[in-house]
Design a protein around this ligand. Structure first.
Ligand code: ARG
Length: 462
């Protein structure tokens, strides 16, 4: 008789070793132990409130579960691979501790609603942590922007010189992206914090449960409306990983810029020694490996999203064992995003910026050509014609290896008679920056305003 398994009643033979190995999840789902215990305690108390088990039985279960938790955290707990998953490992130990009453814990519950609850609790806790990490990074970027509202650097489009922007404005662009990531996480949380406990295997149960009260105890705002849906969807995991994908895409873009800026061809930034790595052959190297790995690991997070989407697309209602595969992509995502946020928060304040190199680079590539076109347009020339005239001025200066401001007033007048002596004021890059006062533009006041608004948000939300 097969007695080893909790579900072994109807089996005459033991499970094949190969099947145990193939189906086991305890190696990775033990990460859910705290949530599993939390959920079980809430379930036990709810059963007692409903009169389904006695009050003293619930107390024994809760005490036993607390002991299991302590054993796991002290390292004394013996994980038994043959017990398949985190749920059965914990229940088996609980029963050793409290005796036969341990067997009452699973009344009116299935591993199907249990695992869905564990994942929801876990994802919610991790989303909270991501939100904190994102906020910390926004705060760092705001701080970095301060005093750099007039630091001119080349703004690029197509990676080609376009118009001058301030370093503050550039850094704050990332702060806004990360703020949205944080808000997205908060919005996802609303859908994660819905308790599936009480859905049982798939159809609800014959016992008179009160899922609301268990959900409240767990800090969840709501309860499932349909038991089939509750045990079988993992949209909340997918949405969480999607949030991570976007956050990683923003981090990856920032990393890419730091990699470029740290290259001596740009020379805009120097990584702190503690965050740069050397080469075993080239003595001069200071490699931005942290940024490269963050950029590279973004790919793995995207891969997790694809895996999760593909996982659910063909599943009939309700629970299918395939759903066990939701965990590793989520854990892998978390193992990438959380430390990426933390190391960025640590690394960014140590960046050394080189405003002179930025200013020098901004002098290349006719970043003030739009200024000349705007100048002419402001004097009544249709912008298309102004653009053309400015283009001719660029061609003239470029032919001589000069900047626009090196052209003579008479030469500029010859290209367009609307030009006056005041043209040289608008051609300076810092003037170009200061004059970009349009809302959300790169002007120094705008950067300061953005920083204030972000700080307000951090204060409200933090
Ligand atoms: N390890 C399983 C999972 O993660 C737990 C639920 C098992 N349910 C079942 N009906 N076999 O999905």
């Amino acid at each position: 008789m097969a007695q080893k398994k909790m579900w072994g009643g109807r089996f005459a033979q033991d499970t094949a070793k190969s099947v145990e190995d193939y189906t086991r999840s305890v190696d990775f789902d033990r990460r859910l132990y705290a949530e599993d215990i939390l959920g079980s305690k809430a379930h036990a108390r709810m059963l007692a409130r409903q009169g389904i088990i006695a009050g003293h039985e619930a107390e024994a279960l809760v005490r036993g579960l607390d002991q299991v938790r302590a054993e796991i955290e002290s390292g004394a707990f013996k994980w038994r691979p043959e017990l398949e998953d985190v749920h059965m490992n914990i229940e088996a130990r609980l029963t050793e501790i409290v005796g036969p009453v341990g067997g009452k814990l699973h009344t009116a519950r299935s591993r199907n609603d249990q695992v869905a609850l564990d994942m929801r609790l876990h994802v919610a806790a991790r989303l909270d942590d991501w939100a904190r990490g994102l906020k910390a990074l926004v705060a760092v970027l705001v701080e970095l922007s301060k005093g750099r509202e007039e630091t001119v650097m080349p703004g690029l489009t197509h990676l080609q010189p376009a118009q001058p922007v301030s370093l503050a404005h550039h850094l704050l662009a990332y702060a806004w992206m990360l703020k949205r990531d944080c808000e997205r996480v908060g919005q996802a949380l609303v859908r994660v914090r819905v308790s599936p406990l009480g859905a049982a295997a798939l159809a609800g149960t014959t016992f008179d449960l009160d899922p609301e009260s268990a959900a409240r105890e767990l800090g969840f705002a709501g309860v499932f409306k349909n038991s089939l849906d509750a045990v079988s969807d993992r949209d909340f995991v997918i949405e969480a990983v999607f949030c991570a994908c976007l956050a990683m895409s923003h981090l990856s873009r920032l990393c890419e810029e730091i990699v470029l800026w740290a290259n001596p061809c740009f020379g805009f930034v120097r990584l702190p020694d503690a965050f740069a790595t050397g080469s075993s052959i080239m003595p001069q190297k200071r490699n931005p490996d942290v940024c490269e790995l963050m950029r590279g690991r973004t790919a793995r997070v995207y891969g997790g999203l694809m895996a999760l989407l593909a996982l659910v697309k063909g599943l009939p209602l309700a629970y299918n064992r395939d759903l066990q595969e939701d965990k590793e992509p989520f854990f892998a995502t978390d193992d990438i995003l959380a430390p990426s946020l933390a190391i960025m928060v640590e690394m960014l304040p140590g960046l050394e910026f080189f405003p002179r190199a930025m200013a020098r680079a901004a002098e290349q590539g006719y970043l003030n050509a739009t200024e000349l076109a705007d100048y002419l347009a402001a004097r009544g020339l249709p912008f298309r014609e102004a653009h053309h005239a400015a283009g001719r001025a660029v061609a003239l200066a470029e032919g001589r290896g000069q900047g626009l401001a090196d052209l003579g007033l008479d030469e500029l007048k010859a290209i367009c008679p609307l030009v006056e002596g005041d043209v040289f004021e608008v051609l300076s890059l810092s003037a170009a920056l200061r004059r970009r006062t349009s809302p959300g533009g790169t002007g120094p006041d705008s950067a300061a305003r953005q920083a204030r608004e972000l700080l307000d948000w951090l204060g409200r939300d933090g």
